[in-house]
Design a protein around this ligand. Structure first.
Ligand code: NDP
Ligand code: ZN
Length: 352
């Protein structure tokens, strides 16, 4: 079968592989719509270390093509959403209270790209289909369902991790698709004033539609100074970081009030160093939590996000800026994600 991926760092193209084998608890999926993610481009450029002959992609909906003998909840022909994080639910790692992302060590639950080929292929493998897949309800458009598997799950997680309470003031750094879903998550959590940071005009428009109160540009000077000025010197209760570089984390800490939380879902590069002036963190005593986390996975999480769409709490398709058709369009969609055109938010590719 054919897939699109990396031969090595910065050398992307088509890769020929055997169709993956299905274990007794697993499923083989034929993707019908895929979306490239910023994390695929980071990995393709070596941001998580060297990798070779790896099919990229971790956002897909599709049709179940094969199931193992032990699978009971899914059958061939079912239309499913596939979380980008598919933990091994039999491992000790998932018994930790906070995150299911690290089933056998750091990021262990991120199987696509982490330990096997991704979803930009004619077929791909899903471990433990019963706990990891989610049926797409009839009332949810498949392209809307596609937005749950990473963008909604990660963006909402940014808001969840920040423990946003009703009435709090929040900054969301980044108005790419992850930041947009963090804005929507903050609004659903009851934030009063939401500052959104970014410059792409189309994304800014969508940020306001999802609940941002105003847009701030990182090109207009340090973000912390802008936020402090806009809040009478007090800063905000919570910051979700979904864009920027390592300096952005320091800016986030500076704009956060004591007892606040900085919640990072941004992908930092393997070569990055994080530096923070002690004073910015209250000489270590400011009661400002700095947290960083990974997209929550598993079928139950995705089912809940699908509920949010089905019952009209959110329309994630506002983020879809480009729709491509056909398997051969994958490289073009990927390139668009990589180069971040000004009108880009999220490209998707219909494969059939
Ligand atoms: P995008 O590249 O689409 O968006 C990034 C945003 O950050 C843009 O709005 C951009 O502004 C803004 N930005 C760029 N530079 C700065 C800066 N110096 N200061 C402040 N803001 C800045 O990314 P995505 O939304 O697709 O993804 C966001 C991040 O989340 C990525 O790093 C991605 O890899 C990561 N990710 C993490 C996951 C997890 O599980 N933790 C899962 C999925 C993604 P502008 O509008 O000007 O372009
Ligand atoms: Zn991703």
């Amino acid at each position: 079968m054919r897939g699109f991926g990396m031969h090595s760092i910065n050398d992307l193209g088509w890769i020929e592989k055997d169709r993956p084998a299905c274990g007794p608890l697993d499923a083989i999926i034929r993707p019908t719509i895929i979306a490239p993610c910023s994390s695929d481009t980071h990995v393709g450029h070596g941001g998580s270390g060297p990798k070779t002959d790896l099919i990229l992609g971790h956002e897909a909906v599709g049709i179940v093509d094969e199931v193992g003998a032990g699978v009971t909840r899914f059958k061939v022909g079912d239309l499913v959403a596939v979380p980008c994080v598919t933990p091994n639910w039999l491992s000790r790692g998932v018994q930790n209270y906070r995150s299911f992302s690290h089933d056998r060590g750091m990021f262990g639950s991120f199987k696509f790209l982490g330990e096997k080929d991704g979803v930009m292929a004619e077929y791909f493998h899903v471990n433990q289909a019963d706990p990891n897949l989610a049926h797409i309800p009839e009332g949810v458009a498949p392209e809307a369902a596609l937005m749950t598997v990473d963008m909604m799950s990660t963006g909402f997680h940014g808001a969840e991790l920040a423990e946003i309470e009703i009435g709090e003031k929040v900054v969301v750094i980044g108005i790419g698709p992850v930041g947009l879903m963090a804005i929507a998550g903050a609004a659903l959590s009851g934030a009063s004033q939401i500052f959104a940071v970014g410059t792409r005009p189309k994304a800014a428009e969508v940020a306001l539609a999802y609940g941002a109160s105003q847009i701030i540009s990182y090109k207009d000077g340090p973000l912390d100074a802008q936020v402090l000025e806009a809040t009478g010197g007090k800063g905000v209760h919570k910051v979700v970081v979904a864009g920027g570089g390592t300096q952005t984390l320091a800016e986030a800490v500076r704009m956060t009030r004591p007892n606040g939380i900085v919640s990072n879902v941004n992908f930092l590069d393997i070569s990055d160093q994080i530096t923070l002036a002690a004073l910015d963190w209250g000489l270590g005593m400011a009661d400002k939590d700095i947290r960083g986390s990974f997209c929550p996975g598993g079928g139950k999480r995705i089912q809940r996000l699908l509920n949010m769409i089905e019952y009209g709490r959110i329309d994630p398709t506002k983020m879809i800026s480009h729709r491509f058709h056909g398997f051969d369009a994958i490289p073009e969609a990927f390139k668009l994600m990589d180069t971040k055109a000004p009108d880009l938010i999220k490209p998707i590719v219909y494969l059939d």
